[in-house]
Write a protein that binds this ligand. Structure first.
Ligand code: BGC
Length: 346
């Protein structure tokens, strides 16, 4: 554990280094629970960083699009920035056009989390979100555990309880580039997404409610395709997202950890597999990066310098009764797990 920096309030922000015997290394800060760096081997066994971010706390404090952060209370969008639960309407910040995005103005990505436990390979962070914070009902007691596993996985276990009925949808917003941590675009990475359907959106990126088959569309990644192959296709959904910025409905057989996606980077041989207990994953291709942010090692992050695979319940679920429920009630425990597992293909 080291000091990463200080908040304007004077509060200290810490950073932890988690490792395994195989040499994988994850650096995670208490600020936003952000994964600051993630070093994994390439096919020659050389370690390299595979996530975007900043060298210093200051970089994060200046503002950024959720690099590596824990996102909550509600990862992704809530349409019209409001929802009704048990007959009561809750108004949230409209911080993304007319919609609410990633928990609001000061979401979980901007909180300095408490350290609840730490050892060489794992870190448990806690945050208690007060009743009414960002407009959400209920005191939400949240706990997130990061573990670097012996088989080069970064496992993330999320847990939450509430004292009033509320909604919750936690995720991690790491931006991956398996080749060069964001120096060049991810268009040559090949991705498989284990989804027969996705949730098409309107022009403000709110799901229409339809679960549309991927068959015959640029969203069919059931067999691997280069990310760049159809990213500029003449397709309304691609236009709305400015590329991929969509939730996929994962093919699932049960409740446990199941494969959501697999990404292969041919130059380095690196492979990322995402396993999750969640029903969906947001595949976002860094369409809004525009070269203005200067990250680690002075790299300017250009459009599509990274991709995100945000495991989640579907966007706007609080307003879509037909989607899997995101309601958490007193006495229940919200629990989800996602693993980002790395390997190489020879
Ligand atoms: C959203 C994008 C957004 C990005 C950064 C993603 O989860 O789907 O639309 O630009 O996060 O905020």
């Amino acid at each position: 554990m080291e000091t990463f920096g200080k908040l304007p309030s004077g509060e200290e922000v810490k950073i932890f280094t988690l490792t395994n015997e195989a040499g994988m290394e994850a650096r995670i800060t208490t600020y936003g629970g952000i994964v600051v760096s993630l070093e994994v081997p390439d096919r020659q066994g050389r370690l390299g960083d595979v996530v975007l971010g900043f060298d210093t706390l200051d970089g994060y404090l200046k503002g950024h699009p959720y690099f590596g952060a824990i996102v909550g209370r509600y990862g992704n969008r809530i349409g019209g920035a409001q929802f009704t639960l048990d007959g009561v309407t809750y108004k949230l910040a409209a911080n993304n056009g007319p919609n609410h995005l990633h928990g609001g103005i000061e979401g979980f990505d901007k909180k300095n989390w408490k350290v609840e436990a730490a050892d060489g390979s794992s870190l448990t962070l806690g945050y208690v979100s007060p009743d009414g914070e960002e407009g959400y009902p209920g005191t939400l007691r949240t706990r997130v555990t990061y573990t670097v596993t012996p088989d080069n996985g970064l496992r993330i276990d999320y847990e939450a309880t509430t004292d009033k009925p509320t909604v919750v949808n936690l995720t991690n917003h790491s931006y991956f580039n398996l080749k060069d941590a964001g120096a060049t675009p991810i268009l040559d990475h090949e991705i498989m997404i284990n989804a027969d359907r996705f949730t098409p959106v309107d022009e403000t990126l709110i799901p229409t409610g339809e679960l549309r088959p991927v068959e015959g569309t640029p969203f069919d990644f059931r067999e691997p395709h280069k990310i760049g192959e159809r990213i500029d296709a003449d397709d309304e959904q691609i236009r709305f997202g400015g590329g991929y910025d969509h939730n996929f409905v994962l093919n699932r057989t049960g409740e446990g950890l199941e494969l959501a996606a697999r990404v292969y980077e041919p130059a380095t041989g690196r492979v990322l597999e995402v396993l999750t207990t969640e029903p969906g994953v947001q595949f976002y291709t860094g369409n809004f990066l525009d070269g203005t942010l200067e990250g680690k090692g002075g790299i300017r992050y250009q459009k599509r310098a990274a991709f995100c695979l945000e495991t989640q319940h579907f966007p706007d679920s609080p307003n879509k009764p037909q989607f899997p429920s995101v309601v958490l009630r007193p006495g229940e425990t919200y629990r989800t797990t996602t693993v980002y597992r790395f390997s190489v293909k020879k």
